[in-house]
Design a protein around this ligand. Sequence first.
Ligand code: NAD
Length: 293
Amino acid sequence: SARKTAAIVGGGVIGGGWAARFLLNGWDVQVFDPDPEAERKIGEVLDNARRALPALYDKALPAEGQLSFHDSMEEALADVSWVQESVPERLDLKHKIHAQINEFAPADAIIGSSTSGFKPSELNEGGDTRVIVAHPFNPVYLLPLIELVGDAAICAKAGDILRSVGCFPLTVRKEIDAHIADRLLEAVWREGLWLIKDGICTTEELDEAIRMGFGLRWAQMGLFETYRIAGGEAGMKHFMAQFGPALEWPWTKLMDVPEFTDELVDLIADQSDAQSGHMSIRALERLRDDNLV
Ligand code: NAD
């Protein structure tokens, strides 16, 4: 069959992860990123991916595709069947880039945006409906979930391609800010800020509370299946009757965000440095990848 080629527009942390995901699944990858450092940075992500991804499979991955860097959008988008945009999270920049992508992408190519926050209708403000959100999670080469938002037929076609490179596409039923997963994480993040600001725990203690307990349960069954089991033979209805009333009382501070003062930022940064400042980001990435595998 013909070679499959993806274009990566913006090759930072996320674009680099997408490049690795496609390359290690046998696709050719054409990168457009004006930063002269992009090639080196993608090389580092690829090193991590080559180290971690094969350990997930009990058979060999396909032969790696070819990676090339291009000075023009036109060249990078030639003959591709997928364009993944991962430029910084600014709507004016995304609009500018998507106008160019629309000009040069083959008519039948999927155009995905990695945006964590913007909705397809915002990306497509020009009236087009072609751009879909294809929102990944870092490290993109290991975490399967891709949230798809946008035109149903395009999302269905995109989902098939994503499954073929080891991803788990999840189509979001209605567009909202931050899709499903980041909306959930925003609530967790806000509550975490309060717990640290109020001196209840340090960043390290909060992380231990997640990773030694409910984080493990979440990772293998999620939220609702976990609680279904907690309800026992009496089931989910019983569980909700028992714990629902407690949730109606506002014992969390979920509606409020603590003021992001210099003092709070310093407190968190200092605690985080004390927690793992003795390790390089590179070493932390590899620890994370080993744990994930
Ligand atoms: P980043 O800053 O690491 O990378 C952005 C890259 O885009 C840089 O390499 C930069 O040189 C390049 N770039 C800037 N202007 C460009 C242009 N005009 N044309 C082509 N390339 C250009 O950012 P990131 O963390 O990789 O985030 C990129 C996108 O992915 C954002 O929309 C973000 O919301 C989304 N996202 C991020 C994460 C995360 O955890 N970091 C997770 C999911 C989605």
